[in-house]
Ligand binder design. Structure first.
Ligand SMILES: [Zn+2]
Length: 508
């Protein structure tokens, strides 16, 4: 078994500077305490923060609190104009009901599903230009594993599957698998009752807040009711209702059917939302030009009417816990003698719940070149569930997993056991802020305690946070940061993972 690093140093008779640093590192870890974690989560997830929707006054107050802590610790601003706050633009927009439509054509027959009547926009770029492509139809009982195998890159996926058949999977799980294969557009053919449809159609005209210039590479996703489509599918040689209820999962390419999806916006006044970022410069004159990022999201989903009476969704675990963790790490690393050779970036982003907006903006507007960012350690929900265990997602994709295993073995006093992703079908790797670093080539680890019955409920409140356990997790992350920050070489991707996640070369 490998010796703890301070023993290795002792036996090698290293100079007292390094030895003194070990004492400093230990003292810094001990500055991460249960009471600090509790106090910070209590501030961030307090009712007065109003659930920290993006954008909202409570989110701005949270950003000011984090920036104030970074300033108190003497960190350098890594936001706009040398300050701690980085602002990214938002637009308030509505769907344009007159020009948003999906047009189906087959052998001279045409059906138009209009956003005023039969079409519900779900998400994706709203360019006002039609998206066209070869059509691939899926029917029968949906299966997520098979969704991952679809050959739909740049094509239009039309899903007329039966999610109520025995053993079938919900449409959203099937779609999240299919999105890995980069379709240009997805049209889900609905057969629900007209009252539900009418409500969905009406709801889509509410004002939405969106990041300016959403990534055009995302598929545009819509739902269309089948009531308008029978004749055009028949003209293409397909009986829609028997296709839907096929006894087995069925994929067809429909050469004679063409589909054009157009979603347009009515623009509104511009707004913005905050990220908060700070740098702690490294101690090594060369390695200080490389950076380790520690990230979490400040935002949650705000205030919503709810049958249980409480309308404030506090988001204590999701993700006041991670935000408190980032501040505690900034405090620990700022202590005398505790900073590693590489520089560190501490960032709390917003808009995560809306679609990873803040981290997308931060990762594409970094204070340093992305090639100099060697790792992102992300914390999203680290204050609940197991007392001695934390899922660490992404361990298998780089040697950060091996480093974490070594650091964990060196610190049995923390009684924390990192485990693998228990929920591969949930695609958590793609669902928090680290992903915006990973897809730009930065190796990541994502610390996550799993969901619970209070997940995305008004009952995710600060009193339920296990601050003692969280402090031990954050100490482990601190020791991991020391290791990554001081190592002679930067973390390395597993080559297969790099191909799949960064180069987006799909491998089954
Ligand atoms: Zn979260």
């Amino acid at each position: 078994m490998k010796l703890p690093s301070f023993l290795v140093a002792l036996l090698a008779g290293v100079p007292t500077v390094a030895f003194a640093q070990n004492g400093a590192v230990h003292r810094a870890a001990e500055s991460i305490t249960e009471s600090d974690v509790r106090r910070r989560v209590d501030v961030i997830a307090d009712d007065s923060m109003g659930g920290r929707d993006t954008p909202s006054r409570g989110l701005e107050l949270t950003a000011q609190y984090v920036a104030g802590e970074f300033a108190r610790l003497g960190l350098k601003g890594a936001g706009d104009a040398g300050g701690f706050i980085q602002r990214y633009p938002l637009n308030r927009t509505r769907i344009d009901g007159d020009s948003s439509r999906v047009v189906f054509t087959a052998n001279g027959t045409t059906a138009v599903a209009s956003a005023r009547r039969d079409l519900v926009y779900v998400f994706g770029p709203r360019t006002g230009r039609p998206v066209r492509g070869q059509v691939v139809l899926v029917g029968g009982p949906l299966q997520p594993d098979l969704g991952k195998l679809l050959d739909i890159e740049g094509k239009i996926l039309v899903v007329a599957g039966d999610s109520r058949a025995p053993g079938a999977t919900p449409v959203n799980q099937f779609l999240s698998a299919a999105f890995e294969r980069n379709p240009a557009a997805v049209v889900v053919v609905l057969n629900n009752d007209t009252l539900t449809l009418a409500r969905q159609v009406a709801n889509q005209f509410r004002e939405r807040t969106a990041v300016e210039g959403e990534t055009d590479s995302d598929p545009v996703v819509t739902m269309v009711h089948e009531r308008a489509l029978g004749p055009v599918f028949r003209a293409a040689g397909i009986d829609l209702s028997s296709f839907r209820t096929s006894p087995t999962y069925t994929v067809r390419t429909a050469e004679s059917l063409s589909v054009a999806v157009t979603i347009a916006n009515v623009g509104g006044p511009g707004m913005s939302a905050p990220n908060v970022a700070a740098v702690l410069e490294g101690s090594d004159p060369v390695l200080r030009s490389e950076y380790v990022v520690f990230s979490a999201h400040m935002d949650h989903v705000g205030i919503k009417a709810n049958s249980k009476g409480d309308s404030i969704w506090n988001g204590a675990d999701d993700d006041a816990s991670g935000t408190a963790g980032v501040i505690e790490l900034a405090e620990a690393f700022s202590m005398p003698g505790a900073r590693p050779r590489r520089s560190l970036i501490f960032v709390t982003v917003s808009g995560e719940e809306k679609g990873l907006w803040g981290s997308e903006y931060f990762a594409s507007h970094l204070p340093v070149p992305v090639s100099q960012v060697v790792a992102d350690i992300n914390m999203d929900m680290i204050g609940r569930n197991w007392r001695d265990t934390i899922a660490v997602i992404g361990k298998e994709h780089s040697d950060l997993g091996v480093t974490l295993a070594r650091v964990t073995a060196e610190h049995p006093e923390l009684r924390i056991h990192p485990i693998d992703d228990l929920w591969p079908n949930e695609n958590f790797y793609f669902r928090s802020d680290h992903f915006n670093f990973a897809r730009r080539g930065v190796p990541i680890l994502f610390f996550f305690n799993g969901t619970h019955t209070d997940y995305h409920q008004p009952s995710d409140t600060p009193d339920k946070i296990d601050a003692e356990k969280e402090a031990r997790i954050v100490r482990l992350i601190y020791y991991l940061g020391v290791e990554v920050g001081n190592a002679d070489t930067r973390p390395q991707w597993n080559p297969d993972s790099f191909k799949r996640i960064v180069e987006k070369k799909y491998q089954p």
